[in-house]
Write a protein that binds this ligand. Structure first.
Ligand code: BTN
Length: 325
C-alpha cells in the first residue's frame, strides 16, 4: 500500500477524528511532508478531509466516496481479505468482472464503480448509473452447482440486498420475481446474474452477480420512461453511508451463497414477495396473458394461475403487475 492508501485506511477507520500530521507520520512511518502530499492528493480526488492548522486532519463524517478502505471496516472477518476494486467510471462492472473472472480472478472479488457509462440490465436493457448517486457493484462467485440451480443465486442475492437495505436504511422493501427490489410500488434495485458454464460437466464455472441500487437518484437523473417506474432510497433528501450498505450486502451475500437452497432463504424470499396474490400479466415473446401469481416453488420458480384455471410454473421471463382499473 502506498502512503496515500495507508492515510486513507487510517482516516476511514477513525472517521470524524482529528490527527496531527506528526501523529499520522509516526503511525505510518513516513515524513510529515509525505503525509501532507498524500492528504492533498486525496482531497484532489474528492475525499472530504478537514485540515486545520493547529489540530491536523480528519475525514469528514459525511465523506461518502467509495474505496476499498471505506468498505473493508464493515466486512465480516471471513471476507475481509476479499479483493475490492473501485472505479470512478467504467462501462459496466459486470463486463469488467466477467473479463477478470475468465482470467482467474478469485471467488468473491468485488468490482464497484461510482458511475457506469453502459450499465446493463436484464433483457438487453440499460441500467442508468449516474455518478455517486447509487451503488453499482458486481461480485464474482464460484459455487459448485449445476447451471440449472443458478436461479438460486439470483434469489439469494435478492434476499441479501433487500434485507441489507431494510436494516441499514430503516425502510421496508419487497422482491418482485425474479430479481427486482421494490419500494413503495416502484423499482429501487435490479440484479443481473451472468454465468459461464463448463459444457463438459454442465457445472457453473463462475457467476457474476451485478447489483444496481438507486440511492439518491432523482427523477432528473433518469429518462422519463424510467423515472416513472423507478424510485430511490432517499431521492435528494439525504443520503446514507453507502459503504455501510455495501458491507452489509456483501456480508449477507457471503452467508447466503454458502447456504444456497437453504429453506429459510426461500421463506424470506416468499415473505418479501411483491407479486404473490396479485393480478399480473405474463409476458412472453408472442403473448401477454392475465393471471394471478399464487406462489414460489422451492426452486424459486413463480407459480401463476390463468383465468381458465390452468396453472403454470415459470422459471424465467417477465411479468408485470396489472394496474387496477
Ligand atoms: C435489471 O434491472 O434488469 C438489472 C440491473 C443490474 C444493474 C447492475 S449495476 C452493476 C452491474 N453492472 C451492470 O452493467 N449491471 C449490473
Amino acid at each position: 500500500m502506498d502512503v496515500k492508501q495507508q492515510v486513507l485506511s487510517y482516516l476511514e477507520l477513525n472517521k470524524g477524528k482529528t490527527f496531527s500530521g506528526a501523529k499520522l507520520a509516526e503511525k505510518i512511518g513516513v515524513s510529515r511532508t509525505a503525509i501532507w502530499k498524500a492528504v492533498k492528493s486525496l482531497e484532489e480526488k474528492g475525499y472530504k478531509i478537514t485540515a486545520s492548522t493547529n489540530k491536523g486532519y480528519s475525514l469528514c463524517d459525511d465523506n461518502d466516496k467509495l474505496s476499498p478502505q471505506s468498505i473493508k471496516p464493515y466486512l465480516d472477518s471471513d471476507i475481509k481479505d476479499s479483493e475490492i476494486i473501485v472505479f470512478d467510471t467504467i462501462d459496466s462492472t459486470n463486463t469488467y468482472a466477467k473479463e477478470i473472472a475468465s482470467q482467474g480472478a478469485k471467488e468473491f472479488t468485488v468490482v464497484i464503480a461510482e458511475e457506469q457509462t453502459k450499465g446493463k440490465g436484464r433483457l438487453g436493457r440499460t441500467f442508468y448509473s449516474p455518478h455517486s448517486k447509487g451503488i453499482y457493484m458486481s461480485i464474482i462467485l464460484r459455487p459448485e452447482m449445476s447451471a440449472k440451480q443458478a436461479l438460486l443465486i439470483t434469489t439469494s442475492t435478492a434476499v441479501a440486498v433487500s434485507d441489507a437495505i431494510d436494516d441499514i436504511c430503516n425502510i421496508s422493501t419487497q422482491i418482485k420475481w425474479v430479481n427486482d427490489i421494490y419500494y413503495n410500488e416502484k423499482k429501487l434495485c435490479g440484479i443481473l446474474t451472468e454465468a459461464s458454464i463448463d459444457f463438459e460437466t454442465g457445472g457453473l464455472e463462475y457467476a457474476i452477480v451485478g447489483i444496481g441500487i438507486n440511492v439518491s437518484t432523482t427523477q432528473n437523473d433518469l429518462p422519463d420512461d424510467v423515472s416513472q417506474i423507478a424510485t430511490s432510497i432517499y431521492g435528494d433528501k439525504e443520503t446514507i453511508n453507502r459503504s455501510a450498505l455495501i458491507g452489509k450486502i456483501l456480508n449477507n451475500l457471503n452467508l447466503y451463497v454458502n447456504n444456497l437452497g437453504d429453506k429459510s432463504i426461500l421463506d424470506k424470499y416468499r415473505e418479501r414477495s411483491f407479486l404473490i396474490g396479485r393480478e399480473i400479466n405474463v409476458i412472453k415473446s408472442d403473448s401477454t396473458t392475465p393471471a394471478i401469481a399464487t406462489g414460489i416453488t422451492d426452486n424459486a420458480e413463480l407459480i401463476v394461475q390463468y383465468k381458465n384455471g390452468r396453472t403454470e410454473t415459470l422459471n424465467s421471463g417477465e411479468v408485470s403487475v396489472r394496474a387496477i382499473k
